[in-house]
Design a protein around this ligand. Structure first.
Ligand code: ADP
Ligand code: MG
Length: 682
């Protein structure tokens, strides 16, 4: 008997040569092979004869290619015509612009085809789906009953062969570890065992059964994670949290603010306070679009904590951002007795030493900082609340490290990257979620326009005019992706040179990740002061920096960014009282998907909608523009299409944790324990 984690080469019929081929599609173990599930099924109990077909019906046919020809239409399209027969009649198959099919659909090739019957001079099917099969396969019904699974293939492996080795794997592997749930849960969640779902998905009795089995497998993939998150949430709560009382100081502070809190800010502030009064540890995600005013909510929560006698740590991903938070907080708290400090890597050792001493003695109430906060020698007297801004930029360990500097410390993580509900549940199922879904009043409009490169100089003239006549400032943003970092830096630098030349009488600055932090800071400062008018940079300016006078943002190669990231970038402008412009500039040719996405950017202002659209168009891995934020890689499940299963898994996970908290009866569910590595946070 094989085990599910056995190397796939030991499956009967595989061997070292084929296992190499399989590894190309990530099949390395028996389990990988079992989770290689059909893309669709052919219902062979329902194959028509050509003599019986009628126009307009969707039909499955089995037969042979008799003849083929390629021709070109007047418009230059290549049309492939294939004559297909099953012995009872002939039908024409038409394919457009796929000349390579000539090598696939040779005379004598046996096929299963699916498509809609058409008639033009004779019966035909335009662009049918097809699978090449073996001759005897077309006539026999052994092995898989009448329903034939069709698998995703890779070069060098045929359908028939895959079916055979999957069959061998099923027959010769101990599948008992796929009996995951006990009877009570199977019943309560009305679901079958993963083992049965796997059997059915490969050898279904009907097409519906196969499709249902796939759904069930997706359910289990979600369930592993949801159970893990539920348990984690439970543990967090069990730890207990320090008690925070509402303070008069905070009340007064709020009334003295230069603006009134929005309804959403008030509600969320209350949610956070209540959560810190339950005696349990808070673990909360604060979501809010760029500019929705998360910082002040975090600060108000911090004040309650400080006035209850504890310290607060406020961690941001970059020095620039930490600096900005620090300066703002100092300004808010001037004339109060609250001590604020800034701790970043850039400080002198002696300065750091003093700050650390003040943290240990308790003299400092709130410390703002970067990763420097989690260094080992940072010791708090009594850390009551850890706030993490732009949390997706930090890893799990970093978050834990900060939390571990206190006892029963509350956690508030913040993100401006709106996360669609389904994704939020997957990524942050262990956190409670607060959403600021309302913008402060009086924000000026940001007009977003997509233009093509041939309009570049018109754009430059417009920019020149705004700078000279209205004193505006401008960001020019370049994408920077790890895979082509060097090239990207080069193009950003080239762009900088080009712009300097074109705007010869205007000060232009350059900023990117390779510039040392002192220099970066210097350029940013000069931009903030208005000395530098045009700032060319990579996404290092994505987070943070508030320059109200910057009203124009030009984004080069916007198609290379995630929509949410574009939205985040765009949030850097429109911060003052002038109308702002975000110009997305592409080459002349862009893909259809890119066009759709650019249109969404032009038309949509709501970050959550944008994220939903992006999720639909590009899938979860791209929400942040990179994969590294740690979406779990599901083998089968798809967060969008299987959203129903995600909900079901979540409900089921709750039932499980209710009655079997330690997974005594459902042991195998913890096979995904240690899933931490999937998550930047969790
Ligand atoms: P983000 O949610 O992106 O972190 P910030 O907290 O930086 O947003 O707030 C953006 C700007 O809006 C800041 O300058 C802040 O002072 C201001 N602001 C926050 N809340 C309000 C409000 N209720 N009314 C007016 N301005 C506000
Ligand atoms: Mg912010």
């Amino acid at each position: 008997m094989l085990k599910i984690d056995t190397d796939v080469k030991y499956v009967k019929g595989v061997g070292p040569r084929v296992s190499k081929i399989l590894s190309r599609i990530n099949i390395k173990t028996v389990e990988d092979l079992l989770f290689h599930i059909p893309v669709r099924y052919v219902d062979r109990t329902n194959i028509k004869k050509i003599k019986d077909i009628t126009i307009g019906e969707q039909t499955t046919l089995v037969g042979t290619i008799l003849d083929r020809s390629l021709r070109r239409t007047v418009r230059g399209k290549i049309v492939g015509e294939f004559l297909f027969s099953d012995g009872t009649g002939n039908i024409k198959l038409l394919f457009f612009n796929q000349p390579y099919l000539k090598n696939v659909l040779k005379k004598g090739t046996h096929l299963i085809i699916f498509g809609k019957i058409d008639f033009f001079k004779s019966y035909q099917i335009i662009q049918p789906e097809f699978d090449v099969i073996d001759k005897q396969e077309g006539s026999s019904k052994e092995n898989f009953g009448g329903i034939i699974p069709v698998y995703p293939l890779t070069e060098g492996i045929s359908q028939k062969y895959l079916r055979k080795i999957i069959r061998n794997a099923i027959d010769n592997t101990d599948l008992s570890s796929y009996n995951i749930l006990d009877n009570k849960i199977l019943h309560d969640c009305s679901v079958i065992q993963l083992k049965d779902a796997l059997l059915r998905v490969h050898t279904p009795n009907s097409v519906d059964e196969g499709i249902g089995a796939r759904k069930t497998i997706a359910f289990y993939e979600f369930l592993f994670i949801q159970t893990y998150l539920e348990r984690r949430k439970f543990k967090t709560k069990a730890e207990g949290g320090v008690y925070i009382k509402k303070s008069d100081f905070t009340e007064k502070f709020i009334t003295k603010l230069p603006f009134k809190l929005t309804g959403a800010q008030k509600r969320v502030t209350e949610e956070i306070l209540e959560d810190m009064q339950t005696g349990k540890r808070m673990a909360r995600l604060l979501q809010g679009d760029v500019g929705s005013g998360k910082t002040i909510v975090a600060l108000i929560s911090a004040l309650n904590v400080i006035k209850s006698g504890y310290q607060v740590a406020f961690m941001a991903p970059t020095e620039i951002l930490a600096n900005q938070h620090y300066r703002k907080i100092v300004k808010y708290l001037q004339n109060s007795d609250i001590n604020v400090e800034l701790l970043t890597g850039g400080l002198k050792t002696s300065e750091k030493k003093t700050i650390k001493e003040n943290l240990t003695s308790g003299k400092t109430d709130i410390v703002v900082g970067t990763h420097a906060l989690i260094e080992d020698d940072v010791v708090f007297r009594s850390l009551g609340l850890a706030i993490i801004d732009e949390q997706h930029r930090f890893g799990v360990e970093q978050r834990s490290k900060l939390l571990n500097k206190g006892n029963n410390t509350h956690l508030l993580v913040m993100t401006a990257t709106p996360i669609p509900r389904s994704l939020a549940m997957t990524l942050y199922g262990d956190l409670d979620i607060s959403v600021i879904d309302e913008m402060p009043p009086g924000r000026k409009e940001i007009v977003t326009r997509w233009i093509k490169d041939d309009k570049r100089f018109e754009l430059y003239d417009f920019i020149k005019k705004r700078i000279n006549e209205m004193g505006d400032q401008v960001y020019v943003i370049y994408p920077l992706v790890e895979e082509s970092e060097k090239l990207d830096l080069k193009s950003a630098t080239l762009m900088f040179e080009e712009i300097k030349k074109y705007f010869s009488d205007i000060k232009v600055g350059l900023i990117h990740g390779r510039i040392n932090s002192g220099e970066k800071e210097e350029v940013m400062k000069r931009f903030a002061k208005g000395e530098i008018k045009i700032l060319v940079g990579t996404t290092v300016i994505e987070v943070g920096i508030d320059v109200p006078n910057a009203t124009i943002m030009v984004i080069e190669h916007p198609e290379r960014f995630g929509l949410s990231q574009l939205h985040q970038l765009r949030g850097r402008i429109g911060r003052g009282d002038k109308k702002s412009f975000c110009i997305l500039i592409t080459d002349r040719f862009v893909s259809d998907v890119a066009v759709k996405r650019l249109k969404i950017m032009e038309q949509t202002k709501n970050g959550f909608k944008i994220a939903e659209e992006d999720l639909k168009l590009r899938g979860p891995g791209n929400i942040y523009g990179t994969r590294q934020h740690g979406m779990p890689d599901f083998k089968v499940a798809n967060i969008i299409e299987d959203a129903d299963m995600l909900m079901k898994a979540r409900e089921c996970a709750k039932k499980i944790i209710d009655y079997d908290r330690d997974l005594k009866y459902n042991k195998l569910l913890d096979r995904f324990e240690g899933i931490d590595r999937y998550y930047r946070i969790g």
